[in-house]
Design a protein around this ligand. Structure first.
Ligand SMILES: Nc1nc2c(ncn2[C@@H]2O[C@H](COP(=O)(O)OP(=O)(O)OP(=O)(O)O)[C@@H](O)[C@H]2O)c(=O)[nH]1
Ligand SMILES: [Mg+2]
Length: 359
């Protein structure tokens, strides 16, 4: 496959074949993709990027399928990226994703694509960022990114998505542990799926309790950033439809002395039957509205870009070190350190000099 079957114009016109080809170029890090990505740059920034993340088998694809249906019913154009972090092993999972979203396959308003790379560490994360930009420029209103894994995921969805939905299920004892172990702070919306199974209410209570404790301890979460942004505006506009407020208002407000202090929504769904999906979609959209109204969307995107730029720069430096003449320099410096001719930090300075001179 070559690049000639895709172009910025074709991608912008929404030509799904051209979009798919460009994403394939992104996957294999084809250098000729860059000219197209640069030409598309001016047209991005409109889409709402939603990350759906959680443990394997928690129902992310089934949920995504239902969310796509709800968004399509509103006339929105929707793209789905199903990210496959461990390509040698997950043929089945991706196949499952395809089957679960099959009914949208013939809808021209939906684009579904799985994404994998065999590449280096960080390659998948970069591919997801680039593919998201492609879909954004192609005019999709919503881009849903499904990533497996809680905690140890290779793709840092928080750095890419505007809104992160963290999926849990009853019956996974260690899921709660994983959430406790620091993932909790990335959720904008918490979704306990498989609520038809025993123990869903208990999971909801545990997540709420954890979030309330975090809020009381003043822990910095993505949600608390949005909360502060809203408070700064003096806005008490609900993050969710008024009817849902009671479900997640922070009850411990009196104790903490922070009236109106909130925790993120903790919802229940049965993805298989569609139960709770409308509510979930309402919260996803309400989150986007709140992000936009407070200006927090821009802040979030700016800090995500700063992070991505830093990582891309570090990757460039690392690959520059892989070039033959650099390898020689690194080898010489290492030997000099080993032989006590110079110390480690002088070697580092010398290497930095050599690298800056090359640009
Ligand atoms: N009982 C019940 N089963 C569900 C529900 N939602 C999804 N499932 C089932 O759970 C299984 C896994 O669903 P998927 O949607 O593939 O889950 P996933 O999180 O995308 O899985 P991976 O992508 O492999 O991590 C399937 O058999 C679904 O039919 C639900 O609400 N209740
Ligand atoms: Mg899946």
């Amino acid at each position: 496959m070559d690049g000639s079957a895709t172009s910025p114009e074709l991608v912008r016109s929404g030509d799904q074949l051209a979009i798919a080809r460009l994403i394939s170029m992104v996957e294999r890090e084809d250098p000729s993709r860059l000219a197209i990505l640069k030409a598309l740059h001016a047209f991005g920034g409109r889409a709402h990027v939603v990350g759906i993340t959680g443990p394997p088998g928690s129902g992310k694809s089934t949920l995504t399928d239902k969310i796509v249906g709800a968004l399509r019913a509103q006339g929105r154009l929707v793209a789905v990226l199903a990210v496959d972090p461990s390509s040698p092993f997950t043929g089945g999972a991706i196949l499952g994703d395809r089957i679960r979203m099959q009914r949208h396959a013939t809808d021209p308003g939906v684009f579904i694509r799985s994404l994998a790379t065999r590449g280096h560490l960080g390659g998948l994360s970069r591919a997801v960022s680039e593919a998201t930009r492609v879909l954004d420029a192609a005019g999709y209103d919503d881009i849903i990114i499904e990533t497996v894994g809680v905690g140890q995921s290779e793709v840092d969805i928080v750095r890419i998505a505007d809104t992160v939905v963290l999926v849990s299920v009853p019956g996974l004892g260690d899921d709660i542990q994983a959430i406790k172990a620091g993932v909790m702070e990335i959720g904008d919306i918490f979704c306990v799926n498989k609520a038809d199974k025993d123990g869903a209410e208990r999971v909801v209570r545990e997540i709420r309790a954890m979030l309330e404790t975090a809020v009381l301890n003043g822990a910095a979460t993505r949600f608390s950033g949005l909360y502060v942004a809203r408070a700064t505006l003096g806005a008490h506009a609900p993050i969710s439809p008024a009817a849902d407020q009671g479900a997640f208002h922070h009850i411990a407000a009196q104790v903490s002395g922070h009236p109106n202090l909130e925790i993120p929504p903790v919802l229940t769904t049965v993805a298989e039957t569609g139960q709770g999906i409308d509510d979930l979609v309402k919260h996803i959209k309400a989150h986007e509205t709140a992000l936009t109204a407070t200006g927090y969307l821009r802040m979030r995107r700016e800090s995500n870009l700063a992070w991505e730029l830093g990582h891309a720069a570090a990757e460039r430096v690392l690959s520059a070190l892989e070039r033959d003449e650099r390898k020689e320099t690194v080898g010489e410096l290492s030997r000099a350190v080993l032989d006590k001719k110079i110390d480690f930090y002088d070697a580092l300075d010398a290497l930095e000099d050599a690298l800056t001179r090359s640009h």
